[in-house]
Design a protein. Structure first.
Ligand SMILES: Nc1ncnc2c1ncn2[C@@H]1O[C@H](COP(=O)(O)OP(=O)(O)OP(=O)(O)O)[C@@H](O)[C@H]1O
Length: 562
């Protein structure tokens, strides 16, 4: 059985009864019409062969037409309404999942590969729509149609009805067991293999330069080919399972037909069931042929078992990345979280006392025992050896990670404030700033969408990008995927420009010189501190690069943590 979190995802995937029931009713109606059409046609053809007066056949002729028309109309309605319900639910499911992801991201998602994460959120979530379409609805339609047909045949030739029942049960049980034996592992492997393949493809593409430089591309491509081959084999095994299921269903359809002949022929002219005490040839033909139509509908049951296995794995994979409640290390807004009371920007102070933070799943804290104070106009250089916890501290200050100790903003404890409120006050320029594959304009505008072009150009000039932007053709120049068309230093300057546009009272700049050479690093640090310096803003610069005294107001050095 799936765990509680996966069950929760499955509940989210099943459309509410109001949306689901019309499709179910139309599906049952369409399947019953298909069986009735075959029964009526069989009776009509056999009876017509006896050449009775046309008056005897009129009702059956009308019946054949009516059943054929209703079958098609109901089938159309079934498709329309059941898919509509599944798609509506899918939209809700995606929204529900994104709502759950938001509090966990970014720190809580760091341990899942990006390709796999994408596959889970796109492909696995898509697969969840199979729950109503390929599991719940087919099971209900097939079970009900089979039951009605068994009763119908039992009323014509009781022994044939019982044979049909036994054949249906055996087909369901054996088909499911056999396909389980052949394809259960493949059904369960498919989704994780798709995720692994996406992860590997993404990794090879993103790291092509490194892999080529170290002549390590061939082993990676070979690994990729192996994963691809495993995925192909799993898909093939699944198809074999489906094929065997169909064979089992066809076999029992034949046996049910033979059973109807075996029990029906001796009963001809004498003892039929309640419906036909005097069993005639046309009625017997109905009992003989109806199983064919029933098995066509019933063939969905073993397929539903296979779909269920896949849906279950997908639900588990989605649940793994979107826990119903985030891990303890990820902050959650408290009930009735506060908005910051009116504050005077000239007196807005950030104060840390003995602050620590953990990454999800880690027993040792990523940072511990930090105390510092940032007031407007302060420019503090935070230094410390690699691994001391500087980035971890920055993540805690913007509330991507929860903290221990005391972290006060404008005199209010940060955990009492809504996270959005904290992020309105404290901005972060990350070590690897995220640039969208769009124009410079769009990369700036999302920090303040009311900014005019003149304001955007002014802020670019402030961060030292005026000439570069002009050379590139102005604000419409593109920056490439994740900033592929700009240098590390330029990416940092664009990130700073948008932070300046957002005008945070407290700005944290994390290792801006990580991807810049020494000469460029000095200039970048100087430009950043000069551009960000403002009597109304506090700046915390995290940097390995030495910073001249005239650019900062104080220094904090974090100790080495072994
Ligand atoms: N996403 C993460 N998940 C788990 N642990 C992490 C994660 N990021 C950092 N850590 C751990 O937290 C500790 C502090 O790392 P952090 O990156 O904050 O150090 P840092 O001082 O910023 O180092 P550097 O100067 O090299 O950037 C390290 O032990 C690191 O392994």
């Amino acid at each position: 059985m799936p765990g509680a979190a996966a069950r929760d995802v499955l509940r989210l995937a099943q459309p509410r009864p109001r949306w689901f029931t019309p499709g179910l009713i139309a599906g049952i109606g369409s399947a019953v019409m298909a069986v009735a059409l075959l029964a009526c046609s069989a009776w009509l053809i056999t009876r017509a062969a006896e050449m009775p007066s046309l008056a005897f056949l009129g009702l059956a002729v009308v019946g054949v037409r009516a059943f054929a028309i209703f079958r098609s109309v109901l089938r159309y309605l079934e498709r329309l309404t059941s898919h509509d319900a599944a798609f509506r639910q899918l939209a809700e499911l995606r929204l529900g999942i994104f709502r759950r992801i938001v509090p966990v991201a970014p720190a809580g998602l760091a341990s899942t590969g990006r390709g796999d994460l994408l596959t889970r959120l796109v492909r696995d979530v898509d697969d969840l729509q199979d729950l109503p379409l390929r599991v719940v609805q087919p099971l209900l339609v097939a079970a009900l149609t089979a039951l009605l047909s068994v009763i119908g045949i039992w009323l014509i030739v009781p022994a044939a009805g019982l044979t049909l029942l036994v054949c249906l049960l055996l087909a369901a049980v054996l088909g499911t067991i056999l396909s389980g034996r052949l394809a259960a592992t493949a059904d369960r492997e498919l989704a994780p293999l798709r995720g692994a393949l996406a992860d590997e493809v993404l990794e090879v593409i993103e790291n092509l330069d490194v892999l080529t430089a170290f002549d390590a591309l061939s082993p990676r491509l070979a690994q990729l080919a192996r994963t691809d081959a495993r995925l192909r084999r799993a898909t093939l095994r699944r198809s074999v399972g489906v094929g065997v299921q169909s064979a089992v269903v066809s076999l029992f359809a034949g046996l049910a037909t033979l059973g109807a002949l075996y029990f029906g022929i001796p009963a001809l002219g004498t003892g039929g069931g309640l419906l036909s005490p005097n069993l005639l040839a046309p009625t017997l033909v109905v009992a003989v042929l109806v199983p064919m139509a029933v098995f066509e509908v019933f063939g969905m049951i073993p397929l539903a078992a296979s779909a269920w296995r896949q849906v279950r794995v997908s639900a588990r994979r989605v649940a793994d990345v979107v826990p119903a409640s985030p891990p303890a290390e990820i902050p959650v807004d408290i009930e009735n979280s506060l908005a910051l009371p009116e504050y005077d920007r000239d007196e807005f102070v950030l104060e840390l006392t003995d602050v620590g933070a953990h990454w999800p799943g880690q027993t040792e804290p990523g940072v511990a025992g930090v105390s510092l104070r940032l007031a407007p106009g302060d420019r503090v250089h935070l230094a410390g050896p690699s691994g001391a916890g500087k980035t971890t501290l920055a993540q805690a200050l913007v509330r991507f990670l929860d903290y221990t100790g005391s972290y006060r903003l404008g005199g209010v404890e940060a955990r009492l404030l809504a996270q959005t409120e904290v992020r309105r006050m404290v901005g972060l320029c990350e070590q690897r700033p995220w640039l969208f594959d769009d124009s410079i304009r769009q990369n700036l505008l999302f920090a303040r969408d009311t900014a005019t072009d003149a304001e955007l150009l002014a802020v670019l000039a402030r961060v030292g990008l005026a000439d570069w932007a002009a050379q590139r053709g102005g604000l419409n120049a593109r920056v490439g995927e994740r900033g592929a068309l700009v240098s590390g230093g330029q990416a940092q300057r664009i990130a700073l420009a948008r932070a300046l546009l957002a005008d945070f009272p407290v700005l944290i700049v994390d290792e801006p010189t990580a991807n810049v050479d020494t000469a460029g690093a000095d200039a970048l640090v100087r430009d950043i501190l000069t551009a960000a310096a403002d009597a109304h803003r506090a700046v915390l610069l995290i940097s390995h690069t030495p910073v001249p005294d005239d650019l900062i107001t104080s220094r904090v050095t974090m100790p080495f943590r072994g």
